[in-house]
Design a protein around this ligand. Structure first.
Ligand SMILES: CC(C)(COP(=O)(O)OP(=O)(O)OC[C@H]1O[C@@H](n2cnc3c(N)ncnc32)[C@H](O)[C@@H]1OP(=O)(O)O)[C@@H](O)C(=O)NCCC(=O)NCCS
Length: 174
């Protein structure tokens, strides 16, 4: 039933823009509201938004895109990514999230499309995601599968017993 309603969910146009200073508190609020992020993840995600909003080198290492319904509207989702240190053409997608109300309407897809565009413009060839095996059940796993990621690595019990590190990779190609 959920799958069907997801497929039928109304798609509204989504605007994706780079993080502006006025977005910072709104994106922080969005992050605090993501139900499956634990306390440490919330703190880390918020820290990276602060770095992205600040001066280099933070702003070079971490970039944030914000999705909203109108050009300066309230954030419906955000993505944080950046060049992977010590690599030439690899980027990390550190976080991608949509508000619970906005899910299943193309916000994640629109954000990812713009991440890919930015990575390509910067000469990147691939995007890595590191994620917990627990998080990848359900919607998150389906999102990465549908977006074209494949699992290329796994470290058992990395986060804690029974909670493995999965490494997902998206190849830009062409
Ligand atoms: C993962 C997440 C960002 C996806 O965002 P979203 O806006 O709901 O995703 P979209 O609507 O753009 O969906 C894109 C594709 O993913 C798949 N998908 C996403 N959610 C799905 C769900 N609940 N059921 C089935 N497929 C789903 C669909 O196949 C969809 O493709 P379609 O366009 O052909 O329908 C969102 O679920 C989220 O914020 N989750 C919590 C935070 C999180 O875990 N982030 C990842 C780790 S940082």
């Amino acid at each position: 039933l959920f799958e069907a309603s997801h497929a039928a969910a109304a798609r509204r146009p989504v605007v994706v823009r780079p993080l502006a200073p006025r977005d910072v508190p709104r994106v922080e609020e969005l992050i605090r509201g993501i139900d499956n992020f634990n306390e440490d993840e919330v703190a880390c995600a918020i820290e990276l938004v602060g770095l992205a909003a600040g001066p280099p080198p933070g702003a070079d290492d971490y970039r944030v895109l914000v999705a909203s319904a109108e050009p300066d509207g309230a954030p419906l989702g955000y993505a944080c990514f950046g060049p992977t240190p010590m690599t030439r053409q690899t980027f990390d997608l550190y976080w991608i999230a949509a508000t619970a109300e906005a899910r299943g309407r193309g916000v994640g897809r629109a954000l990812h499309d713009e991440v890919v565009r930015a990575v390509r413009a910067a000469g990147g060839r691939r995007i890595r995601v590191e994620t917990s095996s627990l998080e990848t059940y359900g919607a998150t796993q389906r999102f990465y599968d549908a977006t074209g990621y494949r699992t290329v690595g796994r470290v058992d019990n990395f986060y804690k017993d029974g909670d493995h590190l999965l490494i997902l990779l998206y190849e830009l190609g062409g």
